[in-house]
Design a protein around this ligand. Structure first.
Ligand SMILES: *Cc1c(COP(=O)(O)O)cnc(C)c1O
Length: 503
């Protein structure tokens, strides 16, 4: 090797046969994307084996070179990882990732800008603004809607509620905080809303007890008449509601809070209406979208995770507003900033750091931009329609089988369901729950399929997210067959207790 020191050492990696390295990386990507079922969806290794294979108590003292590190990734990390691109992966509100998004990720890391200031990221700033604007349009938000990208829906919800606090409780709250107030600020959301709403209340000094939970229907969708009743009750109790959160794409069920009705209830009450469409934003692109997003033109802020139904690599979240200046008003560190509510056009060449709490801000929008450039809007629309139709067919397969019970008719491609053959249907809930947990755990360990389990109205339900573009009806048929076989074996070993035995 050469004289060199540190600089030469870094450069050495670049000069090391770059074609060979890109080919090695290409091999990993090709294998992963073109042979999605080659490896088990869940690692078929014990916890101890995973630890033994991965854990390194100390950093390596001498390097293997990039080629060696890639080989190590392929040999060790891949087998011990969950394959979210596997067609039998139903476990999360995302599935896989798009190769175009992966390349966007790599190139964003290569440029490595921070989007806090325009000066550091001229092209990146405009791309993020444009992409956020496109997302607002796709949801049907008013002209001029745009926003910022932040790491995750949980943070976006938190920022939205901080904007709500600033707008509705008065801008001085940013300086004075909440102490010394006579009123008690409260947030209203449904009892099935994402836990990040409560976390935000905790962080903002509102307190989780000041999050009032509105009742929901069998699909976990907010009952707007209960929202109205709870708001009236707040008034009688001297509380100060300042934000209502509607969820479009409810975490457990994929359901939709009735936005148009919620807008009507909130009208004239001086509230900030935030829409948490972290998961459900993707449905806006399907034929059913416009009906489910009816009323979106009246909301104040929207969270949309592009890393869920848009197949963008994690994390990639847009926090959108009809007038994005409200974000700047709430977060700009310059206390002299003058807020102009009538301005709807953002200055494209602005410092995005002023619209969020982030200082080092990753170039998240490039992944979405790459995907739209590569595939076009039509691709996303067709995929959304295709997966909505697929989820309906899964519902019908479950409904038409005597031993399965779909928990509701799906609206957002998440299907909860239960396996209740013969006597199990009348068995105590504890028995049914134990059966479901046993089946899910057994099939997870098999490495063949990974669906989730969740409480819904107090009982364990299987939960399958059906947005994975690779999953077919045959795949889901195999899930039902495996549940049946595993369930029958469990029931044979653990006979269903008669009701009088449990007293
Ligand atoms: C996933 C989800 C969130 C949280 O988003 P993250 O990106 O995981 O932080 C919030 N709300 C809803 C409705 C979600 O589905």
């Amino acid at each position: 090797m050469h004289s060199c020191g540190l600089k030469g050492h870094i450069l050495q990696h670049f000069h090391q046969d770059i074609d060979g390295l890109t080919q090695r990386l290409g091999d990993i990507l090709r294998e992963y994307y073109t042979e999605p079922e080659a490896q088990p969806v869940f690692p078929k290794m014990s916890k101890a084996d995973i630890v033994a294979s991965i854990h390194q108590p100390k950093p390596p003292s001498s390097g293997l070179g990039i080629a060696g590190a890639l080989d190590l990734f392929r040999e060790r990390v891949l087998p011990a990882s969950v394959k979210t691109w596997h067609p039998q992966f139903y476990n999360q509100m995302f599935a896989g990732s798009s190769p175009a998004g992966v390349f966007g990720d790599a190139l964003a890391s290569m440029l490595n800008p921070t989007l806090a200031t325009w000066e550091m990221s001229p092209a990146a700033t405009i791309i993020e603004r444009d992409v956020a604007g496109w997302m607002g349009q796709l949801l049907g938000m008013p002209k001029g809607s745009s926003g910022i990208f932040v790491p995750g829906g949980s943070l976006a919800n938190t920022l939205a509620l901080a904007v709500a606090r600033y707008r509705i409780l008065g801008s001085e709250v940013n300086q004075k905080g909440l102490s010394g107030r006579r009123d008690k600020p409260v947030i209203l959301c449904s009892d099935a809303s994402h836990y990040s709403v409560s976390n935000a209340a905790m962080l903002m000094g509102i307190g989780t007890e000041q999050v009032i939970k509105v009742a929901t229907n069998h699909r976990n969708e907010m009952l707007s008449e209960d929202l109205a009743a709870k708001l009236d009750q707040c008034e009688q109790d001297g509380l100060r509601p300042f934000a209502v959160v509607a969820t479009l794409g409810i975490t457990v069920t994929g359901g939709y809070d009735p936005l148009r009705e919620i807008v009507a209830v909130c009208k004239g009450r001086n509230l900030h209406l935030h829409v948490d469409a972290a998961y459900g934003g993707g449905v806006a692109l399907s034929k059913q979208g416009p009906a489910l997003f009816d009323g979106i033109e009246h909301v104040d802020t929207v969270t949309w995770d592009a890393h869920k139904w848009m197949y963008v690599p994690l994390t990639c979240t847009a926090l959108l507003a009809p007038n994005p200046d409200i974000l700047k008003a709430a977060f700009a560190t310059n206390a002299n900033y003058l807020f102009h509510p009538q301005d709807v056009d953002m200055d494209l060449a602005d410092d995005l750091g002023n619209y969020t709490l982030l200082c080092g801000k990753r170039f998240d929008g490039l992944r979405v931009w790459m995907m739209f450039q590569a595939m076009g809007e039509t691709y996303f629309r067709e995929l959304a329609d295709d997966r909505m139709a697929f989820s309906q067919s899964v519902y019908e397969m479950l409904r038409d089988d005597d031993e399965f019970v779909p928990s509701y008719e799906p609206v957002g491609a998440i299907q909860c369901f239960r396996y209740l053959p013969g006597a199990v249907a009348d068995a105590p809930v504890t028995y049914q729950d134990a059966l479901h947990r046993h089946i899910r755990e057994t099939l997870k360990r098999s490495g063949e399929m990974l669906f989730n389990i969740s409480k819904l109205k107090g009982r364990d339900h299987f939960r399958a997210i059906l947005i994975n573009p690779l999953t077919t009806r045959d795949h889901f048929r195999a899930v039902m067959a495996a549940i049946r076989t595993t369930g029958e074996a469990y029931i044979a070993e653990n006979p269903v207790p008669a009701f009088d035995q449990v007293g």
